[in-house]
Design a protein around this ligand. Structure first.
Ligand code: SAH
Ligand code: SF4
Ligand code: F3S
Length: 460
């Protein structure tokens, strides 16, 4: 992160400043985050909880008394990465510190983490972060190993202070956990049952975010559109989108991840009616084969998914659609795989994250028969990715000559260009001499297209 962004952080988000008046107890913590946006946002809340208790946040583990890893367990590789990182803190390799494992690996592995890495002294899952100061106090009092793994919570994780890292886009979790039971997925185990935050509290926080200077918010949930308002207003998800978009000062409302099963047509109507609701839907399909979708327990068929795509494509505004795909699910035949390829042709996604199936502990798919060899999974992944790359390139090329409003949020890897995001969530890089455009909304005309980004020129 560049120094210019840090300056905005101090002035814009306030939360760092919010800790300034708190008593210092001299303890410094460092936190490294793996995984999805919900984890990124959880780390911001963890930082807030500790800052409010007088801890100091540092940017290097070497400067910290307490080092946290906020972990991801979605695929085996993600979980392995955490243990290799922990290896660096083995006694004798580094000065001794309190090492804490948070997040989905913590929740999933629990006490076993102490067996695999005995120098870890704290293990805490996402539903227990408010207890972190107490857990750290127990360590100071001489406890060697402390844990916070309760999942049977009926509250969401709301904090008095959140130390947001991104000065342009504020994440806001509106629904925690997941009640779906996709047979490959650890999330229902690692994040527990679905709990929605009240619309009242959400809107209150959005108003605060505007006071801090944010114009863009992103509502988060593993199945964000399964939101069920516990407050008397009983807002639907689409109504909540509209209410957030109407908060004075808010210019962009994003939301992720949508589940096809709960995708209401009202979401599309809301996007059409309110330009502040971003015209982008992330709608993971996972597979194009109804047979595989049933084995995954995704609760929709290929046809039902494509009906939703048609609904979204029928909107007045052009809405970009992105997705997630898993290849090599147990029993996926070549014919099933080809159905995924043909679905890509029909759906014409604007982006896709694709993964090789990874068997995960406690999930039903872990022991399913007809596993696909790694090599074949790799081949299918390459085929899917190449096909999608070509689709994206063609879709991007069709945007040449069009002008988009972007929120400038950094420099592109080519140092002479600014990088921004369109409302439809495309990355648009552009040259503009002189002024510092960071954090501004500017208009950019597209000149060139790549599969993952666009290049254009600043127009006034
Ligand atoms: N809640 C979201 C997905 C969260 S996980 C949804 O329902 O779509 C993000 C993505 O990781 C998933 O969409 C899926 O494509 C992938 N994924 C999850 N478990 C996986 C596994 N065991 N192996 C490979 N990919 C997996
Ligand atoms: Fe996992 Fe399915 Fe829940 Fe998504 S909907 S988090 S894939 S169980
Ligand atoms: Fe990973 Fe947990 Fe998110 S498993 S993807 S960090 S919910």
């Amino acid at each position: 992160m560049g120094s210019s962004i840090d300056i905005r952080l101090e002035t814009l988000t306030g939360p760092r400043a919010g800790a300034a008046g708190s008593p210092r107890n001299g303890k410094a913590f460092f936190i490294e985050t793996f995984g999805c946006q919900m984890n990124v946002h959880d780390s911001e809340k963890v930082a807030g909880v500790l800052l409010a208790r007088g801890y100091q946040q540092v940017d290097q583990p070497d400067d910290a008394d307490v080092v946290f890893f906020n972990t991801c367990s979605i695929r085996e590789k993600a979980a392995q990465k955490v243990f290799s990182r922990l290896g660096k803190f083995r006694p004798g390799h580094a000065p001794e510190k309190v090492i804490g494992v948070l997040g989905c690996v913590a929740q999933q592995e629990g006490e076993e983490i102490f067996e695999r890495a005995p120098w870890v002294s704290l293990v805490c899952g996402s539903a227990s972060y408010r207890k972190l100061p107490d857990l750290l106090a127990q360590i100071e009092a001489g406890n060697r190993r402390v844990m916070g793994l309760d999942l049977d919570v009926d509250e969401t994780f709301e904090t008095e202070l959140t130390r947001r890292d991104n000065p342009f886009r504020a994440y806001l979790t509106i629904i925690e956990g997941c009640d779906k039971a996709c047979t490959y997925c650890v999330v229902p185990f690692t994040r527990g049952p679905e709990r929605s935050r009240s619309s009242h509290a959400i809107l209150e926080e959005v108003r605060q975010l505007v006071d801090f200077g944010y114009t863009e918010v992103q509502l988060l949930g593993q199945t964000v559109n399964s939101y069920r308002d516990p407050s008397p207003g009983r807002m639907t998800f689409a109504e909540l989108l509209v209410a957030v978009a109407q908060v004075p000062g808010i210019r962009r409302v994003r939301f992720t991840t949508s589940h096809p099963r709960d995708f209401q047509p009202e979401i599309v109507q809301a996007i059409d009616a309110f330009p502040a609701i971003c015209n982008h839907v992330h709608l993971p399909v996972q597979s194009g084969s109804t047979r595989v979708l049933a084995a995954m327990q995704r609760t929709y068929t290929r046809e039902q998914y494509l009906e939703i795509i048609a609904l979204i494509r029928g909107a007045k505004r052009p809405i970009s659609i992105t997705t997630d795909l898993i290849v090599g699910f147990p029993g996926e035949t070549q014919a099933d795989f080809e159905e995924t390829l043909s679905l890509l042709d029909v759906a014409q996604f604007d982006g896709a994250f694709s993964f090789k199936f990874s068997p995960r502990p406690n999930t039903p798919a872990q022991h399913m028969e007809d596993s696909i060899p790694e090599e074949e999974k790799g081949r299918r992944l390459a085929v899917v990715q190449e096909k999608q790359r070509r689709i994206q390139l063609a879709r991007h090329e069709a945007l040449a000559g069009k002008t988009f409003e972007v929120l400038v949020d950094g420099r592109s890897s080519r140092a002479d260009q600014w990088a921004g995001r369109t409302c439809c969530n495309r990355v648009l890089n552009f040259a503009s001499p002189g002024a510092n455009l960071l954090g501004q909304y500017v208009h950019v005309k597209v000149n060139r297209a790549g599969p993952n980004s666009l290049v254009g020129e600043h127009v006034t």
